[in-house]
Write a protein that binds this ligand. Structure first.
Ligand SMILES: Cc1cc2nc3c(=O)[nH]c(=O)nc-3n(C[C@H](O)[C@H](O)[C@H](O)COP(=O)(O)OP(=O)(O)OC[C@H]3O[C@@H](n4cnc5c(N)ncnc54)[C@H](O)[C@@H]3O)c2cc1C
Length: 404
């Protein structure tokens, strides 16, 4: 859920050719790097950057640590009869954003979305009592969230973006060092393979940089390091519970649904889906996620059912079928949820700022705007990074300038 909208909830109470310059220490590099962009990470930002570079005919390669692409757009199709988005779920802005990402007028986008009418019920639970209000009253008129109908953010990318870039995504390639001292830039993975490029777009989650999982040579500039290290980053999880009955409102909120420390809410995950399954979702980030994250699997379920039973007179336990938990802090290449809503916008500016015409940053934290933490932020940031690379071009002439 996006910061601005959660603030409203609070009001209730808120990117051609295959390139692999892999070498052992004594080998010579096999591919010219002067016209190649390497992208680290294959989430929404990395894939968008690759797709845009593909459209512009610029050589690129996406190096992804995990065994799949998508990052925080991960979804499962095996839980019930519609896909469950384990990270990004809603489109927070207008549907035009999908066309902006595809950026090709001749492509008909058939992805279906459904917003909220405003008449849906929102429950607010405090001091043992639940009160209900229509969503328009509870969240205000500016609530633009839209659900993908029997689809997800991941499926949208899988259909419209991935077919153009798939051959250029190299999975199971965790980057551990980036040496941008000379030309080309040298990028090294855990196996010791080295890749070279004129420019590198770094699109790993901010927490990965904060945890120094990638070594930069030379070290990043002071301002950039400060922005990375000072960034308040929220952890987070989502839980989905299948129930035999629907006894819950479209959203269920609490006094701590929106605070400076974090957010949480339960929501009807089957909203707008063609299904007969009842699935209740739990979204929690920051401080509000910690009580759930700190518990063992069994205790976690007991805690959640108990919490819901208090609100709904034991109905959650009686109706429980199964559940699934996605704890983003435990994902080795994600390590968190996203940049906290309370971060000052100067941080997202400093996080985006390229380094030495060689390192570019793209992703939901490196946005150069007063908004972050969503797929649309990640894709816009990727677009801006690619535009900055292209504006600086000819890449070749820039390289020559550097080499002089
Ligand atoms: C619980 C939760 C709910 C959310 N809900 C929404 C929502 O409803 N709507 C919305 O728009 N957004 C939502 N978001 C945010 C959204 O998921 C992110 O903003 C977006 O997916 C981030 O994309 P990204 O490309 O910046 O980063 P990521 O998707 O994190 O991609 C980064 C990639 O880098 C890879 N990587 C990491 N380290 C390395 C390395 N060393 N070498 C190579 N690869 C590496 C990772 O494996 C990953 O694939 C939610 C996020 C969470 C956690």
């Amino acid at each position: 859920m996006r910061r601005r909208e959660f603030i409203k909830i609070c009001g209730l109470l808120g990117i051609s050719f295959p390139f692999q310059a892999s070498r052992s220490k004594n080998d010579t590099l096999q591919s010219p790097a002067s016209d190649t962009v390497l992208i680290i990470g294959s989430g929404a930002a990395g894939m968008s950057a690759g797709y845009m570079l593909e459209q512009k005919g610029i050589n690129y390669k996406i190096l992804e640590a995990s065994d799949t692409y998508g990052g925080r757009m991960k979804r499962t199709t095996t839980f019930v009869d519609f896909p469950i988005p384990l990270g990004a779920e809603w489109l927070h802005v207008s549907k035009q954003e999908l066309a902006n990402i595809v950026n090709n007028a001749s492509t008909a986008i058939t992805t279906r979305l459904k917003g909220y009418s405003g008449r849906e019920d929102v429950g607010y639970y405090e001091n043992g009592h639940i009160t209900y209000a229509p969503l328009s009253e509870a969240f205000g008129d500016g609530f633009y969230d839209k659900k993908f109908i029997n689809s997800t953010w991941f499926d949208f990318f899988d259909e419209y973006i991935v077919p153009r870039i798939r051959e250029n995504i190299q999975l199971n390639t965790q980057i551990v060092s980036i040496n941008y001292q000379g030309n080309p830039v040298l990028v090294t993975d855990t196996r010791g393979s080295t890749y070279e490029a004129a420019r590198v777009i770094i699109s790993v989650p901010l927490k990965v940089l904060q945890n120094n999982s990638i070594k930069f040579v030379p070290a990043l500039p002071k301002e950039k390091l400060a922005a990375i290290q000072n960034a308040p980053i929220w952890g987070g999880l989502k839980v989905f519970i299948e129930l035999t009955k629907k006894f819950y409102p479209t959203y269920l909120t609490f006094p701590d649904s929106e605070t400076n420390a974090g957010q949480r809410a339960y929501f009807d995950a089957a909203y707008a889906q063609h299904t007969s399954s009842n699935v209740l979702g739990l979204f929690a980030v920051g401080k509000q996620a910690e009580p759930y994250q700190s518990l063992s699997k069994g205790d976690q379920l007991a805690y959640i059912l108990n919490e819901l039973d208090q609100v709904f007179d034991g109905e959650a336990s009686r109706s429980y079928k199964k559940h699934i938990v996605q704890n983003w802090d435990s994902e080795p290449f994600i390590q968190s949820a996203y940049l906290a809503d309370i971060a000052p916008s100067s941080i997202s500016n400093d996080l985006f700022t390229p380094v030495g015409n060689k390192l570019y940053f793209a992703g939901d934290s490196y946005t150069y705007e007063d908004d972050w933490g969503g797929v649309h932020n990640a894709t816009r940031s990727a677009k801006r990074a690619v535009e900055e690379i292209i504006q600086g071009i000819g890449m070749q002439s820039k390289i020559s300038a550097i080499e002089q």
